[in-house]
Design a protein around this ligand. Structure first.
Ligand code: PMV
Ligand code: MG
Length: 372
């Protein structure tokens, strides 16, 4: 083997998987730079496999079984046909990592990239577990490994965030951070406008080296006694639509919106502290306060965050001694319950069944790598 080729083709295949996510607290406020949210990574994954290719690379996904994207390399450009593809996040991630690879002196290669998803199938997409973020993270991590770029998780997070803002107009990046770091995290949002402006002025390697205003990730180790139960309402919700609804109205209600932001910040900070010091009462209070803040935001913005079914999910959880709220943008998708591991949740589950709310059998995906 290893006959002389023009381009050295490494014989190895890289396989990486990235977990989905769920919001615990801090939604909507976290789209503003510097505001915190608590998230977890969940044990449902997107897997990316990268293997060397000769003349034509293929990008395939089990989500689009009939569609294989062909691409060619023209120097450092990817040439893709047809123009419009459903692989936006993957392609953005490839471009960003390759730009970094060139900046770091690696020579670019042709490869097949295959995506398998437990999040992006019909069911996963409906649950709202963050498939776009996970596919972005899995692609970034797989290619960093493929090109042997020795980047920290924080640097890889920055690459994934840059890739995602190239595709998505809104979004805090909390989902990307949860997928990158695993476990429980407190995420503080970066300033999208600052990144967009600096991205034009600086090289990508510089972007990785400098601190980004607002951006911060830290880990939380929650109490052992704490149990997380996730309920699915059966109706998918569009995060982009809900977030743009709130953003469009925030100016008209700026006093309320500023108060919401300040209160969300203090609530999430206190919740994170309570989680870290094993304070069950503080944890429950934090979840309940955040629920009220989100309900108030919904009312003031004319957006239904807590749908009647989510309300039912929450009230039945509260009746069993849990603390519960909507997760993520709401409007459907999932609600979360934090409850003592010894609490009897049979009554809650029976009420959920009557209300057609499905408990999701999810666990927290364990933390990976270090947070600087
Ligand atoms: O609905 P989800 O799980 O995609 O979460 C959205 C959370 C928001 O704070 C409303 C938006 C964001 O990008 O952080
Ligand atoms: Mg959602």
């Amino acid at each position: 083997m290893c006959a002389a080729h023009d381009v050295a083709v490494p014989a190895r295949t890289t396989v990486v998987r990235a977990p989905g996510k769920l919001y615990i607290a801090g939604e909507y406020a976290v789209v503003e730079a510097g505001y915190p949210a608590v998230l977890i990574a969940v044990d449902r994954y997107v897997q990316v496999r990268v293997s060397p290719a000769r003349d034509t690379g293929h990008i395939t996904s089990d989500q689009y079984a009939s569609l294989s994207l062909e691409w060619h390399r023209r120097d450092n450009d990817m040439v893709i046909e047809p123009d419009q593809t459903p692989f936006d996040f993957v392609l953005a991630a490839i471009r960003v990592v390759e730009e970094a690879a060139v900046g770091l002196g690696a020579s670019l290669e042709l490869y097949d990239l295959d995506i398998t998803s437990e999040l992006d199938d019909d069911a996963g997409r409906k649950f709202g577990l963050g498939s776009s973020a996970a596919v972005t993270v899995a692609t970034v991590r797989a290619l960093c490994e493929h090109y042997r770029l020795d980047l920290t998780r924080m640097e890889q997070l920055k690459l994934a965030l840059i890739a995602s803002i190239e595709v998505q107009r809104s979004g805090s990046g909390g989902d990307v951070a949860a997928s990158m770091f695993g476990g429980w995290i407190v995420y503080r949002a970066f300033d999208r406008e600052w990144v967009r402006a600096e991205r034009v002025a600086r090289s990508l390697t510089e972007m990785l080296a400098i601190d980004w205003p607002g951006l911060e990730v830290s880990r939380i180790v929650p109490p052992d006694r704490l149990r997380l139960v996730v309920g699915w309402t059966g109706s998918p919700a569009s995060t982009a639509r809900l977030v743009s609804g709130v953003q469009a109205r925030k100016g008209q209600r700026s006093v309320h919106y500023s108060r919401f932001l300040a209160e969300s910040r203090s609530c999430v900070t206190e919740l994170a502290e309570a989680l870290g010091r094993d304070d069950g009462v503080g944890i429950a209070a934090g979840i309940r306060r955040n629920r009220e803040l989100l309900r108030g935001l919904g009312e003031h913005s004319g957006i239904t965050i807590e749908t009647p079914k989510l309300q039912r999910l929450i009230e039945t959880a509260e009746a069993c001694g849990g603390a519960a709220k909507t997760s993520g943008a709401g409007g459907g998708d999932c609600g979360i319950v934090l409850i003592d591991r010894d609490a009897d949740i049979d009554g809650m589950l029976a009420a959920w069944e009557r209300a057609d709310i499905r408990p999701l059998n999810l666990r927290v995906h364990q933390p990976e790598g270090t947070v600087e």
